[in-house]
Design a protein around this ligand. Structure first.
Ligand code: SF4
Length: 363
């Protein structure tokens, strides 16, 4: 048995690779053996051919942001003509459309607005929940929590407690990009540090607020930094209290470069080809053995690559995004309706199951 097989066999038995072993897999494992091992681990953790999908709606709270990440075409200064803060009437219209389409979850994200503090968000969440009690709010993310905490001079626990009391149901893993400060200083210097991102999640997990983990890759990071990112996520998940749900899933998507400062000013292009994406998903399944679901980002890589990822450890196909403005502003333009997403899962040989944001079946 060679060293690659040894590492993969240990991973199948529940002992995931350390950093050096993960690097060995990245550089030496064949595509087939990586996908096969990832699929075996996926079947061990989720022992049916069921693949989750969800109907949700991405609504941006505001496009005003002080961060100006170099991969973001979405943010504006508050004085810009097209700067906005979404109004209650706009939320109502979008929520009613979401409900008509059978969805119950809003993914609420936005920029780091210099003036919107905790009161704004608690009032917004409680108002929406009062009007639509069935609505689930998967909202904000560690950079916003860190930003609000700074504005309010409060700690993360205080901010999260008030947001949960107002109606926050789960916290997306937005703004992780790569959790290594060398990378963050280049691509998103205005955002929270890697340790701050992890600390917000640590606090959320202690409070049993369900969260998700993400990775945006293929820009200025090295292979080692991608692996370090995944290993930091695994480490954090291993620290959560046993009864806490922690990270429910992991989703990785390639840097969408169109029109970004990274591409236009620094000449940095998306380096993720289809093979790299599938191998990354397989590696994620092998490394992140304590995160239950791995999601293929069809929105950014398209249907076929998404389907192949279902044979490389992914067991979730993500959402029928009714509205998405951040990655689509940088070149991601694949779409699915509810029928299409189920058809794509079936074509790949799996059974589609509609889920909610807590990964419970709702079909
Ligand atoms: S990615 Fe988010 S935090 Fe960064 S500039 Fe865009 S809106 Fe702001």
């Amino acid at each position: 048995m060679n060293y690659t097989e040894e590492i993969l066999n240990r991973a199948r038995e529940g002992a995931p690779p350390d950093f050096d072993e993960a690097l060995h897999l990245y550089t030496h494992a064949g595509d087939g053996e990586l996908m096969e091992a990832a699929h075996a681990i996926r079947m061990e953790l989720n022992p049916t051919m069921e693949v989750g999908w969800i109907i949700d709606r991405n609504v941006n709270i505001t496009n005003v942001c002080v961060s100006f990440c170099k991969f973001c075409n979405f943010c504006r200064k508050s004085v810009d003509e097209d700067a906005y803060v979404t109004t209650l009437d706009q939320y109502r219209e979008k929520i009613e459309q979401l409900f008509r389409l059978g969805g119950r979850q809003l993914l609420l994200q936005g920029g780091l607005h210099p003036k919107l503090g905790l009161d704004f968000y608690t009032e917004l969440f409680s108002r929406l929940k009062a009007e639509y009690p069935e609505l689930r709010l998967h909202a904000l993310g560690p950079p916003e929590i860190a930003h609000i905490a700074r504005l309010e001079k409060a700690d993360y626990q205080t901010v999260l407690t008030k947001l949960i009391d107002a109606g926050l149901d789960s916290l997306p893993g937005a703004g992780a990009e790569i959790l290594v400060d060398r990378v963050r200083k280049i691509v998103s210097p205005g955002k929270c540090s890697a340790e701050e991102w992890l600390e917000v999640m640590r606090v959320a997990h202690r409070m049993d607020l369900p969260t998700s983990a993400t990775m945006m890759f293929g820009h200025v990071e090295t292979i080692e930094e991608r692996l370090e990112h995944m290993i930091r996520l695994r480490q954090l998940q291993s620290e959560k209290p046993a009864e806490s749900r922690g990270f429910l899933n992991f989703v990785a998507w390639p840097f969408m470069d169109e029109g970004t400062v990274l591409r236009n000013r620094l000449g940095i292009r998306n380096t993720v080809d289809s093979r790299t994406y599938i191998r990354t998903i397989a590696l994620a399944r092998i490394i992140l053995n304590n995160i239950p679901a791995i999601q293929a980002s069809w929105l950014t890589v398209g249907k076929t690559i998404g389907q192949l990822c279902l044979h490389a450890g992914a067991n979730d196909f993500g959402s029928v995004m009714i509205e998405e403005h951040v990655v689509s502003a940088a070149g991601a333009n694949h779409t699915f309706d509810a029928k299409g997403i189920q058809q794509a899962i079936r074509e790949a040989g799996f059974i589609p199951r509609q889920r909610n944001q807590l990964f419970e079946w709702v079909d």
